[in-house]
Design a protein around this ligand. Structure first.
Ligand code: GLY
Ligand code: MN
Length: 464
């Protein structure tokens, strides 16, 4: 946990931003049972609650009253039954002191407080809920129908949080760096294990353990597959064979839940074929060249389109695309091979603040999301600023179902050499991903060392 002053300063900032604007509700998370309450999934506190109130505890809620300046933490003391089963804990008052909160109240008082505030004519602000328990609670508290809860969430509250959380503080950058260093261990371990005869889950389980042993559960379910053409493939039951490409997209969380997110793609057995090298080098050029242009003031939409141009030119050089490929990118022809965005914000969540609405996080009044297939999946398009942390993750995928569909529709025939594409139907996919910090004048890859990425570095690591 950070020092109490950090949380106090964050609360003061949001209070100043939303001065005399009513009451802000911060709902913490509860344990989610696997089949009975005492057998829960790993607890993960809500990230907004963590950001302003720091406490990694279930059953905690809080408010900030922007009219009076009051901050209250609502939680119950442990019962003797909980102490017997789960052990003793500091009192709610002691927990509150750790994050600089003076006023506490029992959970039962929370609804009463909100009802009183509402009766007094104070505006009540809440964030878009993503857990059903919190939806049920808000529904009964505010009498808003379930299907209207998201659209009635407070846009002012969302925007005030995004303004703070989008710019990472130095202490957050240090935590994110730690998460990336654990990511380094996870990915280099995967490279050393990727041999013929190994089952994907043997590697996935090992690297999940690395995240757990250094901090917490991974920042998202590990993607580790020889079928990398499926973008978020969570199936880990295949046996690796010589000639397969293994795509590993995995990240850690620190003890304070700051995330990392990297992707590497490697040849099973440790030696790329020439055909694999040719495609790999195109993706490598796209990530390296697009990182070079990242700096404050440039939109990430333009970095995305630039990376796609590099991919398209590379695809043309191996005969998979043709014609004026620079013209093809804004039309979306390259999206047959790269149907996703170049990256997303990263912080306390791997897709930082996606619960608040990606458009508020990754876009701004100056730039709207695209509706062109491929670029429409870009979660982050806004102007880069010092202190942003985001991913850069280009890829080239051969998705048989999409290839067959586009071929049937004769889509972008002027740009796509379908005969050649059919030679790659069983190729799989390649993605490379680094986390990037935007600095005063440019960008920096996060973590003490970059995870091996050149063809030579990957082969050397695999064979070491
Ligand atoms: N690493 C998973 C994702 O970015 O969606
Ligand atoms: Mn990512």
């Amino acid at each position: 946990m950070f020092k109490p002053e950090i949380y106090q300063a964050r609360r003061t900032k949001i209070k100043n931003d939303l001065k005399n604007n009513g009451v802000l509700i911060f709902l913490g998370n509860n344990y989610s049972p696997m089949n009975y309450p005492a057998n829960p999934y790993h607890f993960r506190q809500d990230s907004n609650f963590l950001y302003f109130f720091g406490l990694d505890k279930d059953g905690y809620n809080a408010i900030i009253d922007t009219d009076t300046g009051e901050e209250i933490l609502f939680a119950d003391e442990l019962t003797i039954d909980s102490i017997i089963w789960m052990g003793p804990q500091p009192t709610v008052k002691e927990q509150a002191e750790k994050v600089g909160i003076k006023t506490t109240a029992p959970s039962a008082k929370f609804s009463e407080y909100i009802k009183n505030a509402s009766d007094k004519g104070q505006k009540i602000h809440y964030l878009p809920p993503y857990r059903h328990e919190n939806m049920m609670f808000l529904n009964s508290l505010l009498n808003i129908p379930f299907d209207k809860l998201k659209e009635n969430a407070s846009v002012d509250f969302i925007k005030a949080i995004v303004k703070l959380r989008n710019i990472k503080e130095d202490i957050e950058i240090a935590e994110l760096g730690k998460a990336c260093n654990v990511g380094y261990l996870m990915h280099t371990t995967a490279m050393k294990m990727a041999n013929p005869g190994v089952i994907e889950r043997e590697i996935a389980g090992t690297i999940e353990g690395i995240s757990l042993s250094h901090g917490s559960i991974p920042s998202f379910p590990i993607i580790l597959t020889k079928n990398g053409q499926t973008l978020h493939n969570h199936y880990h039951g295949n046996t690796l064979n010589e000639g397969n490409l293994l795509l590993v997209d995995a990240g850690a969380q620190t003890t304070m839940y700051y995330a990392s997110d990297n992707t590497r793609t490697m040849p099973v057995g440790g030696k790329f074929t020439q055909k694999q090298k040719d495609i790999y080098q195109i993706v490598l050029d796209a990530i390296n060249k697009s990182i070079e242009i990242m700096k404050p003031g440039i939109t990430y939409m333009s970095v995305h389109l630039y990376a796609c141009e590099i991919l398209a030119e590379g695809l043309k050089s191996v005969g998979l695309m043709k014609g004026n490929v620079i013209e093809a990118v804004p039309k979306g022809a390259h999206a047959l091979f790269m149907p996703h965005g170049l990256g997303h914000m990263m912080g306390l969540d791997v897709h930082d603040m996606e619960d608040l609405g990606q458009n508020y996080v990754g876009y701004s009044d100056e730039i709207d999301p695209s509706d062109t297939f491929g670029t429409a999946f870009l979660r982050m398009g806004r102007k880069l600023e010092k202190g942003h942390v985001l991913t850069n993750e280009p890829g080239i995928y051969f998705i048989p179902e999409l290839i067959n569909l586009w071929k049937k529709e004769r889509k972008f025939e002027e740009y796509i050499n379908y005969d050649k594409v059919y030679e790659y139907l069983d190729f799989g996919g390649i993605r490379l991903e680094d986390a990037i910090l935007i600095t005063e004048n440019g960008a920096k890859i996060m973590g003490d060392k970059r995870i091996p990425i050149t063809i030579e570095e990957v082969e050397n690591t695999m064979n070491s």
